[in-house]
Each structure stands twice: as structure tokens, then as C-alpha cells.
Design a protein around this ligand. Structure first.
Ligand code: CA
Length: 227
């Protein structure tokens, strides 16, 4: 899953970006409203964390424009302590959730997980697909009860496929949701990652739909199913 972090405080930005990286997200950072506007209009984020007090263009204006243009990406706003009117303005502009500074990073991560879950129409905090299980809280996955050892990119790939289960997902879509903007993107490397994940979860759990992309297949939890 790919997240846009919009925050002008350099220390807080660095700290949040590191925590989001650790939690398994691809993260882009915008330090002002202008860049946030641009990135939000050109990249398909799964969620946005948006500070409201920003240089150049304020967060409420950025959000209003995204919503006016029909962008439905879930947005969590960060507001200053005591500024209740900011929260009201943020929600009225189209925010989905908020956090008041200062906050605990764990709470931000939990709210982000809830936003992503709701956006994907998932009710349970743990994602399951047949014998596959993935828990975004611990960034761990298992197949038929056996823990999987995944690199961060492999985890990101499986997380995205599980959030979008049932859909055919193109290589381009995977590239856009797995890598941050600084990553040297090459849709051929996606095939390599899919191959590695297949080896770990069982080749028949990721179907190749010729000319279209990939689809996660939910095989029942049975001995040897994914061998
Ligand atoms: Ca600020």
C-alpha cells in the first residue's frame, strides 16, 4: 500500500516516514501544500496523511480541491491542539479521520489501518484468503498456519493483492501501489516479485490473467495446497 505524507515539520516528517516504512508502506513525502496538490493529482495513493497548517497552500484547500476533482482517497488530517474549528473545516472539506498533535505514532498507524480497511470494504483487522492470512498490525503473513518470511517488498505485494482480492490487478497498478516515487520503477521487476511470492505461498495462489495482470486465488486451507 502506498501513502502520501504531507507535513512541513522536518523532524516529525522524518520520524513518521521511518515508522510508515517500518510498517510496510511505500511512502512519498510532500513538505508543502503545492507539492501535496501535485502528487495527489498525479499518483494513485491508497491513503493520505495531511497536516492542515502548511506552507504555500493550506491543507484544507488542498483537500477541497481533491474532493472537487472527485478523488476519493481516504484522508487522515493532522490538526493543532485546541484548534477544534480546524477539525470541522477539515471534515467539511472531505477528511475521513483526524489526529490532534502531539499524537502517538501507534495511534496514527492504527487509524491508517482502519482507513485502508474501510476503503477496501474489509471489516476484520486480519486479511484472509483461503489458507493465507496477513495481519497488517504485525506486518506478518502465514500460509496454512506456517509463518511466511517475506522481504518488505514481497510483503507489500501480498498485502496489496489481499486488500484487492477477487480483482485482476495489472502490472502498472502494482508498480503504482508498491513503490514510492523515488524508486527506480520497472514493471518487469514486478514479475520477479510475483515469482518470489509464488514460491513462498504456492504458485497456484497467484493466477496470471494473460494480457491483464494477476489475481489472488483463495485456496482452501489443506495440507499440500500450496506446495
Ligand atoms: Ca504544519
Amino acid at each position: 500500500m502506498r501513502v502520501l505524507l504531507v507535513e512541513d515539520d522536518p523532524d516529525l516528517s522524518r520520524q513518521l516516514k521511518a515508522s510508515l516504512d517500518d510498517a510496510g508502506y511505500a511512502v512519498d513525502h510532500a513538505p508543502d501544500g503545492e507539492e501535496a496538490q501535485f502528487l495527489g493529482e498525479t499518483e494513485p495513493y491508497d491513503a493520505v496523511i495531511l497536516d492542515l497548517g502548511l506552507p504555500k497552500v493550506d491543507g484544507v484547500s488542498v483537500l477541497e480541491r481533491w474532493r472537487r476533482d472527485g478523488r476519493t482517497t481516504p484522508v487522515l488530517i493532522l490538526t493543532a491542539r485546541g484548534a477544534w474549528s480546524e477539525k470541522v473545516a477539515g471534515f467539511d472539506a472531505g477528511a475521513d479521520d483526524y489526529l490532534t498533535k502531539p499524537f502517538h505514532t501507534e495511534e496514527l498507524l492504527a487509524r491508517l489501518r482502519a482507513l485502508l480497511r474501510r476503503a477496501a470494504g474489509q471489516a476484520s483487522p486480519t486479511l484472509t484468503c483461503g489458507g493465507l492470512r496477513l495481519d497488517p498490525r504485525s506486518a506478518r503473513a502465514s500460509v496454512n498456519g506456517e509463518p511466511l518470511r517475506l522481504t518488505s517488498l514481497e510483503y507489500r505485494l501480498l498485502h496489496y493483492l489481499m486488500m484487492q482480492q477477487g480483482r485482476v490487478i495489472s502490472r502498472t497498478e502494482l508498480v503504482e501501489h508498491l513503490y514510492d516515487q523515488d524508486f527506480d520503477r520497472d514493471s518487469n521487476t514486478i514479475e520477479v516479485f510475483v515469482g518470489r511470492v509464488r514460491k513462498k505461498i504456492g504458485a497456484d495462489r497467484i493466477e496470471t490473467v494473460r494480457g491483464l495482470g494477476y489475481r489472488l486465488v483463495c485456496l482452501e486451507d489443506e495440507a499440500g495446497a500450496g506446495a
